[in-house]
Write a protein that binds this ligand. Sequence first.
Ligand code: C5P
Length: 425
Amino acid sequence: MTDFNGKRVLLIIGGGIAAYKVLELIRRLKERGAGVRVILTQAGQQFITPLSVGALTHERVFTDLFDLDDEREIGHIRLSRQADLIVVAPATADTIAKMASGLCNDLASTVLMASDKPVLIAPAMNPKMWDHPATRRNVKQLRADGVALIGPEEGEMAEEGEAGIGRMAEPATILAAIEERLAALDGNQAGQFLKGRRAIVTSGPTHEPIDPVRYLANRSSGKQGHAIAAALAAAGAEVTLISGPVTLAAPDGVTTLAVETAEEMLKQVEAALPADIAVMTAAVADWRVTEAATTKIKKTGKAPPALKLTRNPDILAALAAHSNRPELVIGFAAETNNLLKNAQAKLAAKGCDWIVANDVSATSGVAGGVLGGDANRVHLLTAAGSDAWPEMSKAEVASRLVQRIAEYFGDDRPRRRDEAEAHPS
Ligand code: C5P
């Protein structure tokens, strides 16, 4: 159990039936030595009282922007400055809308506007409200502003007969997200986990030329792969990111190599060996045009050209079977149906250690869609079984995955060679 060691969390409790669960969160934060100060909104007070919150925090609970005593004693500026992390739970559709548009007409929204501290929100609302285009827009805006989200999760609502995505993440899940944020703030601690480890990450699509101006491609944005490379580097790993064509900036502290085709990607991956960790996130084209034309194919007077395709190398499978195999090889499985079954089959077929499976169908329920969007909902499949993670930003998927990788290497694993023998391919 991590000790939060006096780190300070400013918790804003919004109005929603899930507010009662936040009492449990406060208890657990205090147990671990975090300082917890609470702002209870007017709507929040319809569900829990300042008295019950204060009994757990052993501190005054803040409720009103125009309480002159508070302004004199502490003020909204100091309230935000004295926190390491601001957590909003439950974050209602109303709070999210206010945050997205920069409104500040009560203590909670004013503190959020007056703060430059990292913010984590745990949304909770009726599934219809979560799905509403206005909430979609607001959540997208918050993510772009750097706000981290945990949940919401799928399940039964308080309203009878209502189910879907909208339940607040459980206190334990929010606690884990807080732990990650606080660890990430603690540069020294985060820097130690994967120090001395080498990692290779692939990202983005590949472009397979048809002629000098045309190519075959796919909708991958590279956001997830780039976020993983950045998170590995933040945890101290020496990272080589091999990326197909994307419009993203190269992450800080990462050696980024730009490639176009699957064959180039494979060549660079092999050149980057040896490594301890490989995370193959790229959406590599399965086929390439057998003989790309060297001049632009003309459309005049002829039937459309017949494109003859050749199978591209499978980089993940090649790496998993490589004589210099990284100790931990992780693949991705983007599926539109039978997610777990297909991902399980892929784990076996590719010979990798873990698979991160994500539903990229239009019905995945993920805000903004997974392909090209900022959010993801994944399952992590390992030999030990599968873990379903709630919807979170791609940056959070990256940091959770890196946390799992750090745990894997945490017990002084044997060196690459020994481990390669334990994974015959
Ligand atoms: O077979 P499929 O494309 O669904 O497998 C996905 C996983 O395999 C991803 O990790 C992807 O990066 C990797 N892959 C690869 N080379 C290919 C095809 C997929 O590395 N040619």
